[in-house]
Design a protein around this ligand. Structure first.
Ligand code: ZN
Length: 589
């Protein structure tokens, strides 16, 4: 698929490589296959135990000799693994960076012939990325410790600067670089400005997608807890997950989510890296992340099985202001801050922009010749840009006259001439009541727009933000009419817009799991059977078979082993283990 063949060929040719393959592009196969083909053990470095456990379980199901080693394992299990390494009967070994780089571990492994060393999630080595992990920097030493083993760095997200950092840190100067297209045609993206208070819109979005696995990201632990509570109260099987919860409870909830057919994980970004559940049908950002890299990685957790899925983001001007303050307060170099600020602005430009979303993301990652996706909200209903320069001038002068002493609501009231207990000094201002052309919601939209463009600026003021003028050159240019301001639609219609937005037909993920009424009973029986097998073996159901595989079996109704083998996702090992049971279910339903 895509560039896979090229990357896979480098290891056996004893060459190192850097591969950037999108989520769902099969990057793990790029080191798994060379490890099987070449003599010796394949070492895989991965940042998280959950990720390793999942991959090892899936490999074992397919009949591959794979294990992971970490300090939490019982001594007997560890010595059994070392015995198999000694015999040369193990093909793949998964380790954390700090586990691998222990002197005793390196010493022992240097006695063993290696097929290759693979560094998964290699972007973690770069401080320009969003997942910087200092322990990844140690991996540069692998070049000296195992001089004969080719090194393969793989990641799903890395812009040009991060790739440069990976090359330097991991000493891959001469390695060939493979950068695949970031297109994810199965993902339908959309984004909406937040409206009203709280999480009502998130509840609606989840309710519109019943019986599907989903992930909802919220910006704070408190937000996660509240949102999960409201979803549970609404009858949704929701689970809360964040770093403030007990470690064991988190592990239990992760298992529940992986093993359920349809659960909704409500989480902070503490959840996700390394979670490889293939049948997640949507990712909703109740609060937006702070860069396109994080956004792409987080929504990329939907639709890994290749069936249609959705990424929906809710955002506001206050989110942008909050993220800027957060970056500003970090104790990092100004150069790093500037890069993070730029990434944040670029991300919001995509969210609030008017062009195809995946196309914007792909250009951001340096892809050339990008075409429109035809599936995102902006492709399906292209927004109309409306010139609102005159209204913007009114809003800017109102903010100027009010001297930056008021919040958004008061500025809107002033424009509408409805301020409560307004002093005579205010009602006599030339801007008082000059904004009758828009509703209150319309003015709020316009103020947001001006904040997105940096023309207005929000001061935190202990949770009661005050609005002041933004970047002076821009403000002056708008006053003089040299810079036009346009919005996606006329603000005046926004009060009734909510209905239009909800009424619009959306593509809801899961279409190619459609098996037809005549096969529905068989599909359900296969899923129930899979649930039992998964529970017996303590693995997630998708490790046995993916939903798309079961749906395909239900549609095709194979009558013998040969026909069953023709279904994608059914290999020799699974045929041997489960063939008889599956064929029996097909006969009986
Ligand atoms: Zn599009």
């Amino acid at each position: 698929r895509g560039l896979q063949a090229g990357v896979i060929g480098e290891g056996p040719a004893r060459r190192s490589a850097l591969a950037v393959l999108p989520t769902g592009g099969g990057k793990s196969l790029c080191y798994q296959i060379p490890s099987l083909v070449r003599q010796g053990l394949g070492l895989v470095v991965s940042p998280l135990i959950a990720l390793m456990a999942d991959q090892v379980a899936a490999l074992k199901q397919s009949g591959v000799a794979a294990e992971r080693l970490d300090s939490s394992m019982a001594p007997a299990a560890r010595s059994d693994i070392w015995r198999r390494i000694g015999e040369g009967s193990l093909d793949l070994l998964y380790l954390s960076p700090e586990g691998l780089m222990q002197p005793s571990m390196l010493e022992r492994l240097s006695q063993v012939p290696l097929a290759l060393t693979a560094i998964d999630e290699a972007h973690c080595v770069s401080q320009w990325g969003h997942d910087f992990r200092p322990e990844y920097r140690m991996l540069g030493r692998l070049a000296e410790v195992f001089p004969d083993a080719p090194r393969l760095a793989v990641t799903a997200t890395a812009d040009a600067r991060t790739r440069e950092d990976i090359r330097n840190e991991l000493r891959l100067k001469d390695a060939q670089e493979f950068v695949d297209s970031f297109a994810r045609p199965e993902l339908a993206l959309s984004a909406e400005r937040k409206r009203g208070q709280g999480h009502q819109r998130v509840l609606e979005l989840v309710a519109e997608r019943p019986k599907r696995s989903g992930v909802v990201y919220a910006g704070s632990r408190d937000g996660v807890d509240k949102l999960a509570e409201r979803l549970i109260a609404a009858g949704v099987p929701a689970l809360a997950y964040h770093a403030g919860l007990d470690k064991d409870l988190r592990a239990v909830r992760l298992d529940q989510f992986l093993e359920a057919d349809a659960a909704v994980m409500v989480a902070t970004i503490a959840f996700g890296m390394g979670v490889d559940k293939p049948d997640v049908r949507y990712v909703i950002h109740a609060d937006p992340p702070a860069a396109i890299e994080a956004y792409w990685q987080e929504i990329g957790r939907a639709g890994r099985d290749g069936a249609p899925a959705e990424g929906i983001t809710l955002y506001s001007a206050s989110d942008l202001a909050w993220a800027m303050r957060r970056i500003d307060s970090r104790e990092v170099d100004d150069a790093v801050k500037m890069v993070q600020m730029r990434k944040l602005r670029q991300f919001y430009a995509m969210l609030d922009g008017t062009g195809c979303r995946p196309a914007a993301v792909r250009r951001y990652f340096g892809e050339a010749g990008v075409t429109q996706c035809g599936a995102c909200d902006l492709c399906l209903s292209p927004p109309q840009a409306v010139d609102v320069t005159e209204a913007a001038q009114k809003a800017l002068s109102a903010v100027h006259r009010l001297g930056g002493r008021f919040g958004r609501g008061r500025v809107v009231d002033h424009l509408l001439g409805k301020s409560k207990h307004a002093a005579a000094a205010e009602t006599q201002m030339s801007t008082y009541g000059i904004g009758k052309e828009f509703s209150a919601a319309g003015w709020r939209d316009l103020l947001d727009q001006l904040m997105f463009e940096g023309l207005l600026h929000e001061e935190p003021n202990d949770g009661r933000p005050l609005i002041g003028l933004g970047e002076p050159d821009g403000v002056r240019a708008v006053y003089r009419g040299e810079q036009r301001v346009s919005m996606r639609r006329t603000p005046a219609v926004t009060d009734s817009d909510a209905t239009g937005r909800r009424g619009r037909k959306r593509r809801i993920g899961g279409d190619n799991l459609e098996v037809g009424t005549e096969n529905a009973a068989l599909f359900e029986a296969l899923r129930a059977w899979r649930r039992d097998r998964a529970a017996e073996q303590h693995v997630p159901p998708y490790v046995i078979f993916h939903d798309v595989t079961l749906a395909d079996i239900a549609r095709r109704r194979p009558s013998n082993a040969e026909e069953l083998k023709g279904v994608s996702g059914v290999g020799q090992s699974k045929l041997q283990r489960y063939g008889t049971a599956v064929l029996d279910l097909v006969r009986r339903h």
